[in-house]
Design a protein around this ligand. Structure first.
Ligand code: KIV
Length: 275
């Protein structure tokens, strides 16, 4: 028997998150790498391996070019770096919309190859049947309504949604249908505050807001946005740090030390053993 006592930690599950409806707000952030997941895991209930990684990590102009392989690679890293938080992996554009069978094959692959607990899909009436197909076959699904970044080509940009009556009704219907299809939670992105509250009251599972309302059952942000890693911050993001500035100052210090031969110093080099 090993003398090491390894603390057994149970990861949060989809039912745990659903049970938080109307309770203590659910803390969610995006994660793409193992070391960052390790830091966030101490504070978050849910880590989303968002397809925003296409823009944040890979420098793509939007999320349309993100592949299943990219999601799996980052999903594996986040699972390795975290122990407690529920990990949800985004299904990328083109991997779940075409048919229920294709959605199932791709979502099952993500779950098997990453070990994550659920997938997320951008939900509209067109994919509600596919969500029901997945949830009926053992794949927990998180929906995503309102501003749907994968629809950037048809929408013509990232604009807040639900400002007209017709759009409000459609988004509310999307949220209701997604919950009815068995989603364990629904991300509500970029909608007017009143609509976000209405959705939160209308669905029986947690509404997770981003650019939505403090009245939602939980909140999510892109971690790199809230840490101040970009020089532009969307209106709905609160910057909790200025890591871009910190990194810039640190690298400037390193560059100056290298150029002036101040680095490495005596404490940072190896010496031959005497004798
Ligand atoms: O891809 C992503 O990071 C997301 C969140 C911002 C909700 O979908």
């Amino acid at each position: 028997m090993s003398s090491h006592s390894q603390e057994v930690v149970r990861r949060l599950t989809a039912p745990d998150i659903t049970a938080r409806k109307g309770g203590k707000p659910i803390v969610c952030l995006t994660a793409y790498t193992a070391p960052m997941a390790g830091i966030l895991d101490n504070h978050c209930d849910l880590l989303l391996v968002g397809d925003s990684l296409g823009m944040v990590v890979h420098g793509l102009p939007n999320t349309v070019g993100v592949t299943l392989e990219m999601m799996i690679l980052h999903g594996q890293a986040v699972m390795r770096g975290s122990r407690k938080a529920m990990v949800v992996v985004d299904m990328p554009f083109g991997s779940y919309e075409g048919s229920a069978e294709v959605a199932y094959a791709n979502a099952a692959r993500v779950m098997k190859e990453t070990g994550a607990s659920a997938v997320k899909v951008e939900a509209g009436q067109a994919v509600v049947e596919n969500i029901a197909y997945l949830t009926a076959r053992g794949i927990p699904v998180m929906g995503h309504v309102g501003l749907r970044p994968q629809a950037v080509m048809t929408d013509g940009g990232f604009r807040a949604k639900g400002r007209s009556d017709e759009e409000r009704r459609r988004i509310l219907d999307d949220a209701r249908a997604t919950a009815e299809a068995g989603a364990f939670a629904v991300v509500v992105e970029g909608v007017a505050e009143g609509l976000a509250r209405e959705i939160t009251l209308a669905i029986p599972v947690p509404a997770i807001g981003i650019g939505a309302s403090a009245g939602c059952d939980g909140q999510i942000l892109v971690t790199d946005d809230m840490l101040g890693l970009f020089d532009w911050t969307p209106k709905f993001v609160r910057r909790y740090a200025d890591l871009r500035g910190e990194i810039d100052r640190a690298v400037a210090g390193y560059a100056a030390d290298v150029r002036e031969r101040r680095f490495p110093g005596p404490a940072e080099i190896y010496f031959a053993k005497a004798g």
